[in-house]
Design a protein around this ligand. Structure first.
Ligand SMILES: Cc1ncc(COP(=O)(O)O)c(C=O)c1O
Length: 459
């Protein structure tokens, strides 16, 4: 089993990149993030690790009163020849106490240290380049807090069209406006964004933030090419925005093209400056979604604003989840983790091929699609009847009505594409996930979709 797919190496930086100053972030924090001070209680907890200090500070419960004696785990580990080997691990004593206790908002140090080493290796960023990591209760939690940290009501955000429908309700509730930039097979169309920003009405504040999903984007399934990433980074500097790199599918890349480097990896090399990229990773797609663990990588001031939010909100990501994760990660080491995620990527590649074959068999002529090269979605355009509006402009078919009123009754459910566009447009697109169903169930589901779609087209 090879480790991660081959990277398109980012060019080496000529010298150490410039780190953006703290004031850069102070100027961009939302009103609420600027007003939110770290909780005085949780802030003092950090002093508990001072050598020799006797702490009477906390209302931490005594572990002797807890009912748990140990946690015994059976863990599937990636073996040498690609096979899975089950290992028995036990969490007890001090480890168990940590798992059962309150922790700090940034997350368990051991897990942060492990993720820091992973980041240095995978994204080739030196520790002296103005970044650290922070753990949250899944990427969703971290996205929620990041949008809250950066956006005020009325701010404009750049999003992809289509974009992750789990992110936009956060920004909509914050009172943000959107500019949606289409994606094609190479990811977000940077030249479209350039046109928008070059012609920006100077009486209005420019967008501070671009939200992008660069690997196997949910829902479009596309991976941004190296050239697009470079162009986007140059635009970030020219038009002074921050890139929110939401990358839960980073490790599930199985494309034939070399893996493009992350924005986080590239920024210093391309711009000679670092601090414009805030990166979101998730354990959900490669360890367990129920752990509810994700991590942020980026500049200290932004992470601090998000941690201050956590301190008065969930306090921290679950200690039990963090100890489970670190127990497994330490057992595997970085190489073992990379083998494990490669196995997961191979698994989804095979499932993609099963669905591609089913689509070829049943949907040719009644739908259009391209093959994803990461993650778990096909983004399919159904040939639903188009219509025209009052200005005689053609409007795409309506997959929402089709799914809700026809497909569900015929025993098949996919996500209507309209959920993924911020402009409320009607679309014939649907997102079809190939992550869970067996080969036989995939075949049957696509057959059902094709049957009901054929009926609709001929009705
Ligand atoms: C693009 C994207 N971002 C964020 C998330 C949320 O991930 P998590 O489970 O880590 O909260 C998802 C989940 O599907 C996703 O697809």
């Amino acid at each position: 089993m090879s480790p991660q797919p081959q990277s398109t190496e980012a060019p080496a930086a000529a010298s150490r990149p410039t780190i953006l100053p703290v004031q850069f972030y102070e100027d961009r924090l939302s009103v609420s993030a600027s007003a939110r001070k770290p909780s005085p209680l949780w802030e003092l907890f950090s002093a508990e690790s001072n050598p020799g200090l006797l702490s009477l500070l906390a209302g931490k419960p005594h572990p002797d009163t807890f009912p748990f004696e140990y946690i015994h785990l059976g863990v599937r580990s990636p073996g040498a020849a690609g096979e899975q080997v089950t290992k028995e691990l036990t969490i007890k004593d001090e480890e168990l106490h940590v798992a059962m206790q309150y922790g700090m908002a940034p997350g368990e140090k051991e897990l942060r240290d492990w993720l820091t080493t992973l980041t240095e290796r995978v994204h080739s960023r030196g520790l002296n380049e103005g970044w650290r990591v922070s753990i949250g209760a899944g990427s969703q939690d971290l996205l929620y807090k990041a949008f809250n940290a950066l956006l005020n009501p009325g701010d404009t955000v750049i999003v992809e069209g289509p974009t992750y429908p789990g992110a936009t309700p956060i920004m909509t509730a914050l009172g943000c406006k959107y500019v949606s930039i289409d994606v094609d097979n190479d990811g977000i169309i940077a030249s479209d964004l350039e046109k928008v920003l070059d012609n920006w009405d100077s009486s209005k504040p420019k967008p501070k933030v671009v939200y992008t999903i660069p690997f196997g984007s949910n829902p479009a399934g596309v991976t941004a090419s190296y050239e697009r990433r470079v162009k986007m980074l140059k635009l970030a500097k020219k038009h002074d925005f921050i890139i929110l790199e939401d990358d839960p599918y980073y490790f599930l890349y199985y494309g034939d093209r070399p893996r493009p480097p992350s924005y986080f990896s590239l920024e210093g090399k391309i711009l000679g400056e670092v601090g414009r990229v805030l990166r979101f990773d998730s354990f959900s797609k490669v360890m367990a979604a129920g752990l509810r663990l994700g991590w942020l990588t980026g500049p200290d001031r932004l992470l601090g604003a998000i941690e201050a939010h956590s301190m008065i909100n969930v306090v921290q990501a679950s200690s039990i989840s963090q100890i489970l994760a670190i127990k497994v990660l330490k057992e595997w080491g970085i190489d073992g983790f990379l083998k494990h995620v490669q196995n997961a990527a191979n698994f989804y590649k095979r499932r993609r091929d099963v669905m591609a074959a089913a689509l070829d068999r049943h949907m040719k002529g009644i739908a259009e699609w391209t093959q994803p090269d990461a993650a778990m979605f096909f983004w399919i355009k159904l040939k639903l009847p188009a219509s025209v509006d009052l200005q005689n402009v053609e409007i795409d078919g309506d997959s929402t009505t089709f799914i809700r009123s026809k497909a569900i009754d015929r025993g098949v459910l996919v996500l209507p594409g309209a959920t993924s566009f911020v402009d409320g447009r009607q679309t014939a697109r649907v997102r079809v996930s190939f992550s869970l169903l067996s080969d036989e169930a995939t075949e049957e589901a696509i057959k059902r979709l094709a049957t009901v779609l054929t009926e609709e087209i001929h009705s």
